[in-house]
Structure formats: structure tokens, C-alpha cells
Design a protein around this ligand. Sequence first.
Ligand code: SF4
Length: 403
Amino acid sequence: MTNLVLKSEILNSVLENKSINREDIIDIYEKSIKNSNELFFTAQKLRIKNKKNTVTFSKKAFFNIINLCKDTCSYCTYKSEPEEEKISLMSKKQIKELLQLAKKYTCVEALFVTGEQPEKKYSEARNWLKENGFKSTVEYLIHSSEEALELGLFPHTNAGNLNYDEMKELKKTNVSMGIMLENVSERLTKKGMPHYLAASKKPQTRLKILENSGKLGIPMTTGILVGIGETIEEIIDSILAIKELHKKYGNIQEVILQNFQPKPDTIMKDSPSANEEYFKKIVALSRIVMPEMNIQIPPNLSPRSYQSFLEVGINDWGGISPLTPDFVNPEFSWPEISKVEDYSKKAGFDLKCRFPIYPEFFSFISKKLRDKIAVIQNEDGYVKEEYWKWQSTLTHYLEMQIQ
Ligand code: SF4
């Protein structure tokens, strides 16, 4: 199949680099219900054109800094209550020890995750801050990010709704930051819907934070949660909202498409998982709407079929950790990196380890951060293979003091 022989006029326009509107995207989706071949073909054609045969991942350690959260999303199992066994209140010592272990495993990214403004609701969180010598969770994150950088690990913070000044401060040490848009639908915040008890997930609030990240020039990760009871129009509006933000500020470095999986201890425990064919169509539509964007699916959430997503437009597997669990989806362990590499190779793709910032966004960060990246960076802006693959070179790199 070559260009301009598709039955769909709209998809032919896409392949000719012509812009399409919301109605066109809805039309593409509706036609794909009967047959998705042309949609997937177009998405893959755009993926190859823009990303060639590279697929990336980030070798990370997940720091579950504090999982108390003032909100309640109906699908979330990450959030803990103080009396629950899964509570995490990492001390400075625990953070330091995990950073050192992550370094030994030649991880590159230190992913710092917290619940939403825990100290606003829980005395346990306020006490935890006090014990460790901080006034706020953000202060703690700033400290932890500095520690990570000192060891040559690159922080990426995802701590919910941070304000402009907090993000500005974290930008000094974080090479990128993250916040999921989830969905722009107000309907999903109404009574009985997944975001009803989560004020922080109000679409306008999230969009404002993404706007702030744009104003601050922070390379930003965002994304959409697929399969939580949304309509296709709501998904398309969410994709378009991200596209619009990126058009305005140019700082959205990647879009995560996360398929909903029900968790036993949540309000949505009996809801079905996101349908795989539907999810693939969302992935393909995202590629069509944003041909040059880095588009990611987490491989652990599609354990039996993640490799098939290489055929519908993705170019990134996100963070994969060789030593810590996915605390957001604890029942889904990450695949071994070597397996991901094998599957990618079989599908015709080269797996490359990226920093938590994509090479095309290096100009967004300070020289100080770029210099630290340069220590283990290859000529294409990815992590040197001999660093992330070869444990035997570890001693050499540990000896290198990153100034
Ligand atoms: S998804 Fe985030 S904001 Fe929602 S309950 Fe979980 S930790 Fe809190």
C-alpha cells in the first residue's frame, strides 16, 4: 500500500500533511469501527516517517515518596490511608539508599511520585515532613531532586498539582516533569463519575498547570487515561487540548496513553478493562493528530500484547524499572528490559535508552543539567549503551564525579 490509495479521503489528506479538524477525526474513528486497517496503516506510516525505527524507554527507579493523597479517584490504588499496609512515607535515609541502589543498577531516571497535597489533609504527612526537617512536600522533593542529581541520576517529578513557583523551583533540578491530563471532560467530574472526589483532576485546573509548565519552558509529560467511561468525543477533545498546548508552548515532550485496568480495592473494581482494539485506535488517532509527538504506552499494562502496539504508532515504552515496582499498578510488574529489546527487535525496531528528557528538548534545560547529561550521553542524545547495559563499566562511571 502506498500514499494516496487509501479509501479514506481524510487519511489521504493526513498522509499529504494536510490539517484535519475534530469532525474529520471523529469520522476516521467511526470508519475504523468497521475496519481499522487504514487507520493503523496511516498511524504507522507517520510513526516511521517521524521516529524511524527507534523505540525508546527510560531506565528508572520509582520513588514512592508519600502516597497519602487529599483526593480520591475512583480507579486509584496508589493512594493509601494512614492505617493501610501499603502506606509509604520515605525518610531521607530511605531515599538516599534507594538512590544509591538505583545508581548501582545503572538506572538513569529518579521518578519522584507523591499523592496530591498530602499535608493538607493528613497529620501523618505533616509529622513526616517535620521529622525529616521540611515544611512542605515540595521542599522535600527539591531536596530529593538535588540528592539524585548529585549521584548522577536525573529527577522527573510527578507530584500532582504544583503551582507556578513550585514548578519553577523544581525546574532547576528536574530535567522534565509530569502530570496526567487524564481527560478534559467535565462530565467525568460529576457525581458517580471517576473524578467526582478529586478536585485536583478538574480539567481547567490541570490545563492551567500544563499552561504554567509551558510558560516556564519545562519539558512536560502528560497523557490520557483510556477506558474510564469516556466517550470518543471526550478522548478526541483531550488529544486536541494537548495538541493545542504544544502548539502554543512547544514543551509537551511526550503523551502517555494509559489503558484503564480495574483494581480490586477501588470504587471501579467491577468496571471492565479498556478494550484493547479501542485502545489501539486511540493510540493510532493520537499519532494522526500529533504526527511528531512522542507517544508512549506502558508495556506492563498490556503484558501479553504490548509488542503489537509497535504497529499502531507508539515510539516509547516509558519508564521501566529493574528494581522497584510500579506503585500505581502494583499488580502489573514491568517486563525485563532484555525481553522488551528482543520483542522490539523482532518487530524491526531498535530499543534505545533515553533520559527522562527526549533529546529534542535538551535546549529547554540549563547548561548545568545538560553538562550532567553529557557524561553518559551518546552522539544521538540517548544514554550510552555501555552505561545502561554493561554492569562491568559501573565502577568507572561511579568514579566519575559529575560537577
Ligand atoms: S490518582 Fe492521584 S490524585 Fe487520584 S487518588 Fe490517586 S494519587 Fe490521588
